[in-house]
Design a protein around this ligand. Structure first.
Ligand SMILES: [Zn+2]
Ligand SMILES: [Zn+2]
Length: 234
């Protein structure tokens, strides 16, 4: 009963907010939605052929990136490149507190996963360092993972992978610096033993962060680790 009343109160609150501050597409400004269908459809998805490991479009086989930097993670995937409207929308989500985008992004991730063969029984958001999470007020990856869990019969664990060292933002670094920056930055709990983990992140720049997470998870006996991001760097 209480939950129903609080849900109704919440719906009313949202309706009033929408009247006072109507949603506008974060990329084109169209009224009525936070990310309009036209803008979402215009995003160029990363499609086959891709490297089965790093998820980059495959122009040569074997993948030159994975030859040069072998990954520990079983595979990483991203829906699109971190460019154009995807970049603008993620920016709004992450830095302008447009958390209303979380369910929209999660729906895109869900559609992607339904077309793929990725084994997982636990979702885990890539953790922020507590200081950064406090400054931002939320971990955008956790918001995505929560919305994705609402669409899937899987567990969501957000306390079993910790960032134990503050790191610089990956975008400020070159490839070698990125690997050093995140090395040993994560620790996982023993609960992950035998589990099939799917890491969730908003952006993977080179994949170094997710790979460092997978090392920590596999040290604790995780059976498999995959990563899914909304967008990746080229
Ligand atoms: Zn739009
Ligand atoms: Zn590769």
């Amino acid at each position: 009963m209480l939950t129903r009343i609080s849900r109704q109160a919440h719906a009313l609150y949202r309706a009033i907010l929408d009247l006072l501050f109507p949603p506008r597409c974060v990329t084109c400004g169209r009224l009525g939605v936070w990310f309009c269908d036209a803008c979402q459809t215009s995003i160029q998805k990363i499609g086959a052929p891709i490297c089965p490991r790093c998820g980059r479009p495959l122009t040569h086989s074997p993948c030159p990136y994975c030859q040069r930097e072998p990954l520990h993670i079983d595979g990483t995937r991203a829906l699109a490149f971190f460019e154009d409207k995807m970049r603008e929308a993620i920016h709004a989500f992450k830095y302008n507190r447009r958390v209303e985008l979380a369910p929209i992004f999660a729906a895109q991730m869900d559609n992607y996963l339904r077309a793929q063969q990725i084994p997982f029984d636990v979702l885990m958001p890539v953790p922020l360092h507590p200081a950064r999470e406090k400054a931002r007020g939320y971990n955008q990856s956790l918001l995505l993972a929560r919305e994705l869990q609402a669409r899937r019969a899987v567990a969501l664990w957000d306390r079993d992978l910790m960032r134990v060292r503050a790191t610089q933002p990956q975008v400020e670094l070159d490839a070698a610096e990125r690997r050093d920056n995140v090395r040993d930055a994560f620790a996982a709990s023993a609960r992950v033993r035998g589990r099939q983990i799917l890491l969730i992140d908003d952006v993977c720049t080179t994949g170094a962060t997710m790979d460092a997470c997978s090392v920590a998870l596999k040290q604790q006996g995780a059976q498999s680790v995959w990563g899914l991001a909304l967008a990746r760097g080229r």
